[in-house]
Design a protein around this ligand. Structure first.
Ligand code: ZN
Ligand code: ZN
Length: 461
C-alpha cells in the first residue's frame, strides 16, 4: 500500500502549528493494518465455445458449476472451489492467513476472524517514511481459484481514534474506511505438470508436439512443463547389471527362462520370435508375431510388470531429474521384416501395436506404432491424464465408462476413444483431422483439483 507518513513536531509555543516543525521518525504510534481476502469473479473468457469440429462444452459446464457451487448465491464472486469440495475455499477470512511472528520482522494477529498486522519501522535506515508490514497468505491448492487481498489502515472505535478519523474525513472529504484502503491485483492459481524425460526404446524418429498437449491442459489452469531431455534406453540401462535387472524383472512376472532371453534395445520383448516359414503368408506371420508378443504385452501380469518397470526407470532418471513424469516410447518388440512367398519383391517392416498406458509413478507408455497416426494432443494428453487420475469416458460405443466423472452430454472428451463414441460414428482424432478432442468440464475441474463427483455439480452441460 503506497502510504507514507511524516511526523513533524512543532514547538509548543507555535500556537497555530504553522511552523516548519522538526522531523520525528518515532513520533507516531504503531499503525495497524487490517487484512481481508476477496474471491473475485472467475474469468472464463479464455475458454472457447463449441465449434462443429471441436464441440467443446467445457465453458458452459464450468460457468454452470461455478454458479451452482459458489459460497454466496447473491454475490457474483465467491466462486472458488468450495471448502467442502476438496478444501478449496478456507472456512473464514482468518484461515487465509498464518498469523504470529512466522514472517519476521512482521507480526500479525487474528481477532474473531479479523486479521491485523502492525506497521514495522525499519530500524536500519531511520528514514522518516520507512514503515512496512507484511502478512503470510495461504490460498488453496485448487487451480483456477483466484484472490485479491485488501489492506486497510485500522483505527479503533474509541474517542481518541474516532477523533483522528473525523479529522481525516474533514481534511480529505472521504470516509476514512474508503480512503486508506488498497487492494492487490487479482492472482490466479495454476498447477504445473512436469514431464521430466522421454525414454526411447528405440527412438521412433518423431518429435512430440508438446504445444498440442500443453494447450489441452491450459484449459484446466495446468501449465505443462515438457521434457527437455530424451534418453535412449541404453543410457539408463547402461551396464550389464542394469540390463540383467530388466531381464530379472521379466522373469519374475512372466516366468521366461533366462536362457531364452536377451536384452533388446529395440523393444521390450526379450525373446526371439521364430523366423517366417517358407510358405507362410505375410498375414499369418504377422499374426504369429502379434499373438506371441500379446502374452507379454497384454497378459494377466502385464500391468504389474509395467509398474515394476516404471520403478526401475525412475530409479535411474530420478538421480538426475528429481521430479516429474516419464514418457516411455517403446516398441513392444523389435521390428520384423515380413516377406511374401508369392511375391519376391515384397518386403515390409512390421511392429505390433497394443495399447498406450498411463501407469504408476507417473510413467506414461506410448506404444510407438500407435503414435504414428493419432494426434499427440489427444494421445499424450489422454495418457498423461490417466496419471492425473482421469478415468475413461466413452470407449466402447455403450456410453460412459464412468458417468460420475464426466459431463455426460459431452461427446468430445479427451478421455474417450474416438471409435468408442456411439453418437459420432467414423470419428478419428488422427494427425491432420480438423476434429480434435478436449477435456470435458468435469475433467477440467478434476485436473484443477476439485472432487468432480460432488453431486452439487451439474451432471451434464
Ligand atoms: Zn485410456
Ligand atoms: Zn471428461
Amino acid at each position: 500500500m503506497p502510504l507514507q507518513c511524516s511526523v513533524l513536531l512543532v514547538s509548543k509555543n507555535d500556537t497555530d502549528g504553522t511552523g516548519d516543525g522538526v522531523t520525528a521518525a518515532g513520533g507516531s504510534n504503531d499503525i495497524v493494518v487490517e487484512w481481508k481476502v476477496n474471491d473475485p469473479v472467475e474469468d472464463t473468457t479464455f475458454l472457447p465455445g463449441p465449434t462443429a469440429d471441436i464441440p467443446f462444452k467445457g465453458k458452459t459446464y464450468i460457468e454452470d458449476s461455478l454458479k451452482t457451487t459458489r459460497k454466496d448465491a447473491a454475490n457474483d464472486g465467491d466462486d472458488n472451489c468450495p471448502n467442502n469440495n476438496n478444501y478449496g475455499q478456507r472456512k473464514s477470512n482468518g484461515h487465509y492467513f498464518r498469523t504470529g511472528d512466522k514472517l519476521k520482522p512482521y507480526t500479525s494477529e487474528e481477532k474473531k476472524d479479523r486479521v491485523f498486522s502492525k506497521v514495522y519501522v525499519q530500524q536500519s535506515g531511520n528514514s522518516p517514511k520507512d514503515g512496512t508490514t507484511g502478512i503470510l497468505f495461504r490460498g488453496s491448492y485448487i487451480a483456477g481459484d483466484n484472490y485479491s487481498l485488501e489492506a486497510r489502515i485500522y483505527l479503533e472505535d474509541n474517542d481518541k481514534d474516532n477523533k483522528i478519523k473525523a479529522l481525516h474525513e474533514q481534511f480529505f472529504g472521504t470516509p476514512f474506511n474508503e480512503k486508506f484502503i488498497a487492494e492487490s491485483g487479482m492472482f490466479t492459481l495454476w498447477r504445473k505438470q512436469h514431464v521430466t524425460a522421454v525414454v526411447n526404446w528405440p527412438d521412433p524418429g518423431r518429435a512430440i508436439r508438446w504445444n498440442d498437449v500443453a494447450s489441452q491442459y491450459r484449459l484446466a489452469h495446468c501449465e505443462l512443463d515438457p521434457a527437455t531431455v530424451e534418453y535412449k534406453i541404453t543410457d539408463l540401462l547402461l551396464t550389464d547389471a542394469d540390463k540383467q535387472a530388466y531381464l530379472n524383472l521379466v522373469r519374475r512376472h512372466y516366468g521366461y527362462a533366462m536362457a531364452d532371453m536377451s536384452f533388446d534395445e529395440n523393444g521390450l520383448y526379450p525373446r526371439t520370435i521364430r523366423p517366417q516359414g517358407p510358405t507362410e503368408t505375410p498375414g499369418d506371420y504377422e499374426d504369429e508375431i502379434y499373438d506371441t508378443v500379446e502374452g507379454f504385452s497384454d497378459g494377466p501380469n502385464s500391468s504389474r510388470f509395467l509398474d515394476d518397470l516404471s520403478e526401475l526407470l525412475f530409479e535411474k532418471v530420478r538421480i538426475l531429474r528429481p521430479a516429474g513424469a516419464i514418457v516411455l516410447r517403446p516398441n513392444w518388440c523389435r521390428e520384423y521384416i515380413i516377406k511374401d512367398p508369392a511375391d519376391p519383391t515384397y518386403s515390409q517392416p512390421y511392429i505390433p501395436a497394443y495399447y498406450c498406458y498411463g501407469g504408476s509413478n507417473g510413467m506414461v507408455l506410448m506404444d510407438n506404432p500407435m503414435t504414428v497416426d493419432e494426434q499427440d494432443g489427444f494421445l499424450f494428453g489422454h495418457e498423461i491424464g490417466h496419471c492425473r487420475f482421469l478415468l475413461h469416458h466413452e470407449t466402447d460405443g455403450t456410453g460412459s465408462d464412468n458417468p460420475d466423472e464426466h459431463d455426460t452430454n459431452d461427446h468430445n472428451c479427451i478421455m474417450c476413444y474416438p471409435d468408442g463414441i456411439a453418437s459420432r460414428p467414423g470419428l478419428t482424432w488422427n494427425k491432420g483431422d480438423s476434429e480434435e478432442p478436449r477435456l470435458c468440464g468435469k475433467c477440467i475441474l478434476k485436473m484443477r483439483g476439485w472432487d468432480n463427483t460432488d453431486n452439487r455439480l451439474p451432471a451434464s452441460s
